[in-house]
Design a protein around this ligand. Structure first.
Ligand code: SF4
Length: 210
């Protein structure tokens, strides 16, 4: 068997039945997680914020955004990079370990190369990460999708938490924000490297709009 986990951005680009049928005729069974990993991740941040008074917590969900922060801050800044993996990595760990999926290889589709690289470095059992564009190339097949004007992963992930926060997207915005140390006094900085959300990632659009 060959199993595939589709990220929310790719999911939103297609009619559900059309996408599932395309995967099926190419030999893949679409799978879903049993756990709500977004909630688990949210709780991890909530707990981290409560346990780190007077320090700003960095959102670790987007690897490229985290790189920008590291490049534009120094070790003495009053910030922490918590050991919390992106939501898709949490999902992949469940899929990789699931007893009911043990009989096959697992493909995890990412919206960008950075999440793919982060995932593949983990060497999860019988599990490979690929961007959607790479997967289509690998199949040597195509399926016409909708260009998403908005994202299923917008800024605002931490809005449910009663904390002092800022939300940023885009390379320049993140860079300038940290260069100017605007994070001081805040509990958490939410960040997505792609402008306005993951639908612009280099794993789903050919000419990525960073
Ligand atoms: S698609 Fe863009 S915003 Fe989303 S995780 Fe990847 S780099 Fe970050």
């Amino acid at each position: 068997m060959k199993y595939i986990l589709i990220n929310p951005v790719t999911d939103q680009m297609y009619e559900k039945d059309i996408l599932n049928n395309f995967l099926k005729i190419n030999g893949y069974t679409r799978v879903f997680t049993n756990n709500n990993w977004a909630n688990v991740v949210m709780e991890k941040y909530d707990s981290t914020i409560k346990n780190t008074k007077n320090t700003t917590v960095i959102d670790m969900r987007c690897p490229l955004a985290v790189d920008v922060v590291k490049e534009n801050t120094n070790k003495n800044e009053n910030i922490i990079f918590p050991d919390i993996e992106p939501i898709l990595i949490h999902c992949a760990r469940e899929i990789s370990l699931r007893e009911d999926l043990k009989d096959g290889e697992k493909i995890i589709i990412t919206p960008c190369k950075s999440l793919k690289e982060m995932g593949n470095k983990l060497l999860l059992d019988n599990t490979i990460f690929m961007t959607w564009l790479e997967f289509l190339k690998y199949l040597n097949n195509n399926i016409e999708g909708n260009f998403l004007k908005s994202t299923p992963i917008p800024l605002g992930f931490f809005d449910k938490l009663n904390v002092r926060k800022e939300s940023l997207s885009g390379d320049e915005n993140i860079k300038n924000y940290f260069k100017n140390k605007k994070f001081e006094g805040l509990d958490i900085i939410e960040m997505l490297y792609c402008h306005n959300g993951c639908h612009n990632g280099d794993g789903v659009v050919e000419n990525e709009n960073y």
